[in-house]
Every structure is written in C-alpha cells, then in structure tokens.
Design a protein around this ligand. Sequence first.
Ligand SMILES: Nc1ncnc2c1ncn2[C@@H]1O[C@H](COP(=O)(O)OP(=O)(O)O)[C@@H](O)[C@H]1O
Ligand SMILES: [Mg+2]
Length: 271
Amino acid sequence: MDAIRLNGVGYTYEDGAQALRDVNLQIRAGEKVALVGPNGAGKSTLLHIMSALHLPTEGKLELMEEEITKRVAEKARLGVGFLFQDPDDQIFMPRVWDDVAFGPVNMKLPPEEVKRRVEEAMAQAGIAGYEERLPHHLSFGEKKRVAIAGILAMRPQVLLLDEPTANLDPQGRRDLVNVLMPLRDKTMVIATHDLSVALELTDRVIVLKRSVLYDGSFRGLVERPDILSDARLELPSVPRLMERWMERAGRTGPLPLTIDEALAMLEDRNE
Ligand SMILES: Nc1ncnc2c1ncn2[C@@H]1O[C@H](COP(=O)(O)OP(=O)(O)O)[C@@H](O)[C@H]1O
Ligand SMILES: [Mg+2]
C-alpha cells in the first residue's frame, strides 16, 4: 500500500511564491525516505503537504490511498506525526508529561490508555523520568525528544521529520538516530542536509529543488555529481575520503559509503 502519493503536486504561497512544481511521488507504507535539497528547495513545504497541513494548490495528494480534500484533511492529520524543525513550535504545555499526553488526550482515549502511551513514548524517546520537568528549561536536544515522544504517543503510521538533526550536538545527533532507528514499522520521510544521517536511517533519497531532481538509491546518487552540486550537497566524509583513496590507489569498483564498506576495501576483503 502507498502511504503517500503525490500526483502533479504544486504549491504556491499566497504572496505568489511558487515553492513546488509538478511533484510526483509514491511512498510505500513502511518505507524510509530522505528528502534532501538546498535551502528554499521546498522540503518543509512538501512535508506540510504530506501531513495535510497545507493542501496542494495544484495536483492531487493521497494519504493511505485516500484523496485528501479540505473535508477529510483534519482526520487525515491524525495519522501523520510531524516533527517541526524548531521544538519550541511544538511544545507548549507547562509539564513534559502533559505535553506528551496532549495528543492522546485530544484523541479522547481513556486515562489508562493515555498513561500507557505516554510512558511507552517517553521510554522510546529516551526521556523516561522527565515527567515533571518544565519543557522550557530543557536543552534543545531534550526538547526535541519531548516533541518526538508527543508524536509517538499518537502512534501515527507516518512520521515526517523536518531537519531533525539540525542544531544538535554530535551526541544529540547520535541519540536521535538511536531513537528513530528502532521505529522500523513506520513510514518515515526525513528532510535533511545531513547525508550521513540519511544514509543510516533511510534506503531511498529524493533530491528536491522545487521539483524532484533525483529519486533512487544513495549508491545511484553518489554517481551523479551534477545533481549533488546542483542541490548543494556534500557526500559524508567516508565516501569522500574513499573517493580520493581509490583514485590514488588506482582502485575501481563501487564507492564505499559506510565505515564497514571502507574497511573492507582498505583491508582488501570482498564484501
Ligand atoms: N509562509 C510562506 N510564505 C511565502 N513563501 C514561503 C513561505 N514558506 C516558505 N516560502 C517559500 O517557499 C520556498 C520553499 O521554502 P521551504 O519549503 O521552507 O524550503 P526548505 O524547507 O527546503 O528550505 C522558499 O522560496 C520560501 O521562501
Ligand atoms: Mg525547511
């Protein structure tokens, strides 16, 4: 089943700025996709459409194979968890517990079920024990995890993450990857400039610059320097290093993308 389907989608803001043009995409349920592209490419706009927060100004959006119109948008939003780039746009309750519980309470779930979901979501997001903390006193990385817990507590099938690692320190970035990694059953779309995170968490890359420039594997993208430079992307340091090394050592073959692949080549082993 396709979780998200866009057919000829365009989006023009009220001031006339055209953010998206003729976007055609199908994302299967359970698929993990990275959405990359330069600043202003339309990534956030596309996530707003995929979450039914904005309706396309042209073309058609389907979520879970249902066409999204104004009439069904509100209901459709419940199936989609959207992690905003800035957690301060998402966290507004005075206590962490209430913030994580906000979604389930709104869904009118019985109190025991709310409690169960909040506990589970907080454990998944690595913030068990933060129940009584004040969100505005937390670090940026902690706030991000409170926001993730709030989303997980609603148990959406689809997770949309807008630059989830931006402004996190290296440990915060690692913690976030560790939170997202086990969520294998969810459909995930991650807008990011961070190709190493994308490589770790996703199996498909969509390069966006108002419309789709590339849609395929990382392996395929690595062989398209034209697209990398057009989208102002930089390969992670492992493949960049290996590219130089292979050139010097006169080696051919597929470019190692991960540390393990690089080691295998350096130690002259076959995968
Ligand atoms: N609320 C808005 N009103 C008008 N134009 C906007 C608005 N939000 C974004 N845009 C414009 O839409 C384009 C895409 O923006 P955005 O989706 O935020 O890109 P990205 O997330 O890839 O940086 C940009 O040219 C931006 O200026
Ligand atoms: Mg953005």
